[in-house]
Design a protein around this ligand. Structure first.
Ligand code: ATP
Length: 292
């Protein structure tokens, strides 16, 4: 039987997202705190097939072949490593698309990892450089563990692995938001003028599992534009606090929100109450990803 390799890749949320500048090439410079989540996660399979690169997914409407970010990753790998591609990738898509959870980037990183684990041609630094060509948060997904990221998202500093699991609920309103839209609506004159964030306090609260304090320290500079454009998000934010959340924030460029709860029981109660009121939301009990 032909060999098949597979990898499960986590999603991510941004506990903090601060825009610190804009480069002449229009990329935004950030300081962000990434947290990988085991749920939702995608699964990517690599099959050896006829010449070329094929990509298909379990989600209808997702770009296929070289239009898929996974296909582009494979193409870059083939030319950087000098291998003739004969690959078919099957993506089991569980991460909501255009949702601020990094799904496309996660798949691209999975493809790079699967190929390099098999061919063992590129050193880690070269793989990271390829990842960055595909997107600012692709390097994070090569080694998905809680990390601070600077630059455009690629300067990674990992956090200690033994931090307690945050009782998180993910709430995905089932409409897409393009990252380009969210960043375009961040006005550059706001850089440096919006409230700051308190990384040290957040880490202290995290270590102490003080979710009340932790919840107050979440931050996202892209939130303003998103709350303005999508009143449902503001409505959800208020309702989540009324239902007992300690903190609520939008992940990345949205629209997925996450709520920090007091404990696992209150998270379950929150999910139940929310689904009764808003039947077309998708809620995920977001478990930490620990397979690094
Ligand atoms: P980020 O949080 O990294 O800004 P996102 O989670 O908001 O991104 P994605 O789910 O990565 O957004 O999708 C962004 C766009 O990329 C979609 O419009 C989608 O059609 C396209 N795309 C290409 N390949 C993929 C893939 N493998 N998975 C998801 N989207 C993909």
């Amino acid at each position: 039987m032909a060999e098949v390799r597979s990898l499960t890749v986590p999603s991510k949320i941004n506990l903090i997202l601060k825009i610190t500048g804009k480069r002449p090439d229009h990329y935004h410079q950030l300081q962000t705190l990434f947290l990988p989540l085991a749920v939702p996660a995608d699964r990517v399979e690599l099959h050896w097939s006829g010449p070329g690169i094929r990509v298909c997914s379990s989600r209808p409407g997702l770009p296929e072949d070289l239009d898929n970010l996974g296909g582009r990753a494979a193409q870059l790998y083939a030319s950087a490593a000098g291998v003739a591609p004969e690959w078919m990738f099957r993506i089991e898509k569980n991460i909501p698309v255009a949702a601020g959870l990094g799904g496309g980037s996660a798949d691209a990183a999975a493809v790079l990892r699967l190929l390099n684990e098999h061919y063992r041609i590129l050193p880690a630094a070269a793989l990271t450089a390829l990842a960055l060509q595909l997107g600012a948060d692709v390097p994070f997904f090569l080694t998905p563990r809680p990390a601070w990221a600077g630059g455009i998202g690629e300067e990674l500093t990992w956090l200690p692995a033994e931090l307690p699991a945050v009782p998180l609920l993910l709430i995905n309103p089932c409409f897409p938001v393009s990252s380009a839209w969210a960043y375009r609506h961040f006005e550059p004159e706001r850089i440096g003028k919006l409230p700051g964030f308190h990384a040290d306090l957040l880490l202290e609260a995290w270590r102490a599992a003080d979710w009340e304090a932790f919840g107050k320290l979440l931050h996202n500079d892209l939130g303003l534009a998103l709350y303005e454009k999508f009143p449902l998000l503001e409505m959800l934010r208020r309702r989540l606090f009324q239902l007992g959340a300690c903190g609520v924030q939008i992940s990345g460029s949205g629209p997925t929100m996450f709520a920090v709860c007091r404990d696992a029981d209150s998270r379950e109660a929150l999910a139940e109450a929310l689904q009764q009121e808003f039947s077309d939301l998708r809620c995920f009990t977001a478990e930490p990803y620990r397979h690094f």
